[in-house]
Design a protein around this ligand. Structure first.
Ligand SMILES: [Zn+2]
Length: 245
C-alpha cells in the first residue's frame, strides 16, 4: 500500500470480527506509523457469527454487548478507533441511511485508503452488502452535489479483504502486505475474540502462507526472513503511478 502510506485509513467491516481476521495486520501497521485508522463496524455479527453464544443460551442483546466489547478491545489493541452502526446482521440490509453514514465518515476522515470486503461472497451476503455500500458511499462522497457535511473526497484506493474461501469469491491476491513486525499485535487482537476462537489458527496459518508468497514475489535475493507474515488484498481501481516499478 505504498501509495497510501501517509494518510488516514477507513475500514468498513460487516461484522465485529471481520476487520481483525482480514485486516488486523494492515490496521496495526498503519497505526504504528501514526496513521489514523477508523473501523466502521456495520453490525456486531450477533446472529450469523456468534454461534457459540447462541448455543450457550445467551439472548440477542447480551450477544450484541459481548461482540461489541470484543470488537472494541480488538480495535484498541490494533490502535484503531471504532464506531458501531448496529445495523443488524443475517441479513445486513443495504440502505440509504447506512450508505450515508459511510459517506459522512469518508468526508470527515478524508482517508488515503479504504478497506472492505469483496463484492462477491456466496457464503455470506452481509460481506458483499457491506462492500457494495462502501463503494457506493465512496462514489457519493466524491460528488460535490451530494448532501453531506464536509468536503468531497479524492479517489482513495480501495483494498478488499481476503475472504475465508478466496477462490469462491473471485479473490486474487494482488497486494501482499508484510505484517511481520506487527503480527504479535494482530495475534493479541484475535485473542480478544474468543467467540470465534476457531479462526485464530486459521488466520495465523494464512499469514504464514501469504508470507511465503510475499517472499517469492519480492524476489529471491532480498534477504527477507523465513518467518515473514503477510495479509493479501485485492484492488478495485487501477494503481496510479508515474513509474512502473
Ligand atoms: Zn463477517
Amino acid at each position: 500500500m505504498s501509495d497510501a502510506a501517509a494518510g488516514p485509513v477507513l475500514v468498513v467491516s460487516a461484522h465485529a470480527g471481520d476487520f481483525v481476521w482480514r485486516a488486523g495486520g494492515a490496521i496495526a501497521l498503519a497505526a504504528s506509523r501514526g496513521q489514523a485508522v477508523t473501523v466502521l463496524c456495520l453490525s456486531f455479527g450477533e446472529r450469523g457469527e456468534s454461534a457459540n453464544a447462541w448455543r450457550e443460551g445467551k439472548k440477542l442483546d447480551e450477544i450484541k454487548a459481548i461482540r461489541r466489547d470484543e470488537a472494541a478491545s480488538a480495535a484498541e489493541v490494533l490502535g484503531a478507533a471504532i464506531e458501531f452502526c448496529d445495523a443488524g446482521d443475517y441479513p445486513l440490509r443495504e440502505s440509504d441511511e447506512l450508505t450515508d453514514r459511510i459517506v459522512c465518515c469518508l468526508r470527515r476522515d478524508q482517508p488515503a485508503a479504504v478497506l472492505t470486503h469483496t463484492l462477491a461472497d456466496p457464503y455470506n451476503g452481509d460481506h458483499s452488502a457491506a462492500a457494495r455500500m462502501a463503494l457506493q458511499a465512496r462514489v457519493l462522497a466524491q460528488a460535490a452535489g451530494y448532501d453531506a457535511p464536509g468536503e468531497p473526497i479524492g479517489a482513495p484506493p480501495v483494498f478488499l479483504f481476503e475472504p475465508h474461501q478466496p477462490e469462491m469469491c473471485g479473490f486474487t491476491p494482488q497486494v501482499l502486505l508484510d505484517i511481520t513486525e506487527v503480527f504479535e499485535v494482530k495475534r493479541r487482537a484475535m485473542r480478544c475474540l474468543p467467540a470465534q476462537q476457531h479462526m485464530w489458527d486459521y488466520y495465523t496459518d494464512l499469514a504464514r502462507r501469504r508470507g511465503t508468497q510475499l517472499r517469492r514475489n519480492a524476489g529471491p535475493n532480498l534477504g527477507l526472513p523465513h518467518d515473514t507474515l503477510a495479509e493479501a488484498f485485492m484492488r478495485v481501481y487501477p494503481q496510479v503511478t508515474g513509474v512502473l516499478a
